[in-house]
Each structure stands twice: as structure tokens, then as C-alpha cells.
Design a protein. Sequence first.
Length: 217
Amino acid sequence: MNNLNSKNNTHFIFLAILSMVFISAILISDILTYKVIAIFGMTTSMALLIYPISYAVSDIVTECYGRKVSIAILISGLTLELLIDYMISIASTVPNQFNHDYSVAFSIALGPMKTVATGAVIAAFFGYLVNILIMSYFKKSNLIKAFVWRSIISTLLGEAVFLSIAYTIWFWSSDLSAGKIAQMVLVSYIFKLAFSCIYAVIGNYVVKWIKGSLTAP
């Protein structure tokens, strides 16, 4: 009986950690969205460094805990994302009682979070859903046996859906041209895919570790 309780505790500990990493990754990515940087002469958002982690975590949860749990975490994460981003956006309109310059800086840096949240939640819902459903299908059908390849392919398709929707919402009203936005989407997709491959390999070890811990006597 004690051994069963220990396994249940381990099960929930792993799931709690993965949930926190997932939510943290999407929130950090939101903050970094408008930090536009140049990589090898190409313009892209700094969020691409962090965001693929959320897809890797989603794949791990789908692999180890199933589609329903993964979708539940997705909905919870997007709800928190919407709440936090809108609260930050509202806070940017409230004057700072000690220093007006702080209010201006806060408003400029974090004022657009409402737009980030709107684009992120709409795009992420469809992007993650595509990722989860494809990952789950590959696992059940045994069409692709290796977790790494399931993760990479499902992320590739999920990211394509996410980027095409999110970048249009985020940057369409900005000073950037349609061509520049398209370039950012392409560059982000290439770099996110590269990071996703790395995270998929790491995720494979995490999956083996979790499954091994849950099945150990």
C-alpha cells in the first residue's frame, strides 16, 4: 500500500513540475514577444528561444499522461496567460504615484500585453491542439514509434499553425510591412524547429525517466 502511494505521489510531482514549466514558458515568451532581435542578419522575436519548450513539455505530458490531461493543462495555461497578460496591460494604464517616468516605461514595455494575449491565446489554442492531437494519433496508431520523431513532426505542424495566426495578430497593426512579418514568421519557424529538435531529444530522456520511475517496483 505504501509503495502504491509513493508511486501516486511521484506521478503527481512529475505532472506538477511539467505543468509549471509549460505555463512559465508561455508567460516568459509573451514578455519577450516584442523584443525583436537580429540573428544572422534576420529579424525575429526573442520569444523563439523559450516558446519551443512549451511544445516539448506538451509532448511529454501527452506521451506519459495522455491527451485529456495535456488538453486540460493547455486550457489552464491559456486561461492564466490571458488573465496575467490582461492584468499587466491594465496596470500599464495606472499612473505610478512615485515616478511618472516609471509609468511611461512600464506602459511602453508592457502595455501591448493585451494584444500579445489575444494573439497568443487564439493561436496557441489551435497550435497546441494540432500538436496534441497529432502526437496522440501517432502514439495510438503506432505509425511513428520513436518519441523524438513524433514530437518533432507534431511540433512542426503545431508551430506552423501558431505562427501564421499569432504573428498576423501581433504585428499587423505595427509599422512592419507584410513582407517583414512574413520574414519573421519564416525565420521564427526555422529557429523554433531547430530548438524543438534539441528539446525533443532532451524530452525523450525525460519521458524514459518518468515512465521508468512510475513502473519501478
